[in-house]
Design a protein around this ligand. Structure first.
Ligand code: PLP
Length: 397
């Protein structure tokens, strides 16, 4: 049967798109990255992914999975054998005691976090997010009819959270506090006292606490604490992780979240509805990553540490260093002496000096006078790129 296109109907206004997603801004990181792609030869300091290949033994396990026909659906939460290995990893690295039933794997950390928010948040709820912060959190909320409320992590405080502000921002609608340490974009690692205070705040106001620990194994100095380690029996805490950063596996798409059985059961229903399960091939490769030698993790972290020292040295010399990052693979450069908004600065730096860095405005208001430099770039690119940036701030504008 053919249905003829009715021109009278065609003149009607199209059915509306969902207002939240249709009206939200695209990621400000992608905007500059797309422009950089059009300019061959650009020094790319904008990308937020490891520049190392996935370790060979992990790639081999993925290839074997295909050859051995491990190419079918798995349990929605992920292969039991993978979740058993994750139980060991969470105990060893994060000090979190859990069970395979209380872990759900998703398509990347982003998928695991989005499913957790969908399991918790309803229309009208408010979610506390850090400013500056990873833009994806705020982009997850319009689909849920929820609203972001930003708590400041100001440059003047080395990008540490202002705990008093968080307290003041809590309203009867507040449902979730999102904590991200080590932090993207600032590289800040929150000290144990700060994490304890954030847990206490969530408990006192009866909020869910989603802890995004996707950079848990990229700690450059000092120690790092997981909220779920501090409050092991608190069912309000969900902790999210990824293979993307630790094992240079961004394209494989595997993350996971752990929390109470009740929460993970609801997260699993969300995952059932939108992904069924994450790639089986990836899950087998991830098992090899967990079971195999861990030197690759330490080697990558040590490269990021060396590059952090290199970039921090150049920025410090140019008086553009805001805070020395202790984790993740980012460093913020102060571009406020130019008087330009970060987005304008970033586009001029790209067009006039051939260097691409993510404008601080992509991450909120607090970093409007800064740009984010990714340390996941070669030492040579970092040396040249950060030097050109410093020269441009002081003499180019
Ligand atoms: C803070 C933060 N959380 C989570 C993720 C999720 O990464 P993926 O979805 O690749 O696991 C990222 C990626 O950039 C990130 O920066």
């Amino acid at each position: 049967m053919h249905i003829t296109f009715n021109t009278a109907v065609a003149r009607l206004a199209l059915p509306a798109l969902a207002e939240g997603p249709a009206e939200m801004a695209h990621s400000g990181i992608r905007e500059i990255a797309n422009e950089a792609l059009r300019r061959p030869g650009t020094i790319r300091l904008d990308v937020g992914q490891p520049d190392f290949p996935t370790p060979q033994h992990v790639k081999d396990a993925g290839k074997r999975a295909i050859d051995e026909n491990m190419t079918f659906y798995t349990h929605t939460q992920g292969l039991l054998s993978l979740r058993e290995k994750l139980v060991d990893k969470l105990a060893r690295v994060n000090g979190i005691k859990t069970t395979p039933e209380a872990i759900a794997c998703g398509p990347g950390g982003v998928g695991a976090i989005a499913a957790t928010l969908a399991a918790i948040v309803e229309r009208g709820d408010e979610v506390l997010l850090s400013d500056p912060g990873w833009p994806n959190y705020r982009m997850m909320l319009p689909w849920l009819g929820a609203r972001a409320v930003f708590y400041p992590c100001p440059p003047s405080a080395g990008f540490q959270p202002d705990l008093e502000s968080i307290e003041r921002l809590i309203s009867p609608q507040t449902k979730v506090l999102v904590v991200n340490s080590p932090n993207n974009p600032t590289g800040a690692v929150y000290p144990p006292d700060t994490i304890a205070a954030m847990v206490e705040l969530a408990q006192r106001h009866n909020l869910w606490l989603i802890s995004d620990e996707c950079y848990d194994q990229i700690v450059l100095d000092g120690s790092w604490t997981s909220p779920a380690h501090i409050a092991p029996d608190d069912p309000r805490i969900a902790s999210a992780f990824t293979f993307s950063k630790t094992y240079a596996m961004t394209g494989w798409r595997l993350g996971y979240v752990t929390g109470s059985n009740e929460l993970i059961d609801t997260v699993t229903k969300v995952l059932e509805s939108n992904s069924s399960c994450t790639s089986t091939i990836t899950q087998v490769a991830a098992e090899a990553a967990l079971a195999g030698p861990q030197d690759c993790v330490a080697e990558m972290a040590s490269a990021y540490r060396r590059r952090r020292d290199l970039a921090a040295g150049i920025l410090e010399e140019a008086e553009l260093l805001i805070a020395r990052p202790s984790g993740a693979f980012y460093i913020m450069a102060d571009v406020s002496p130019t008087g330009l908004p970060a987005r304008d600065f970033a586009f001029r730096l790209l067009r006039e000096r051939g260097v691409s860095a993510a404008p601080g405005t992509a991450f909120g208001q607090q970093a409007a006078g800064a740009v984010r430099i990714s340390l996941a770039s070669s030492d040579a690119d970092l040396r040249e790129g950060v030097s050109r940036l410093a020269e441009f701030v002081h003499r180019g504008i």
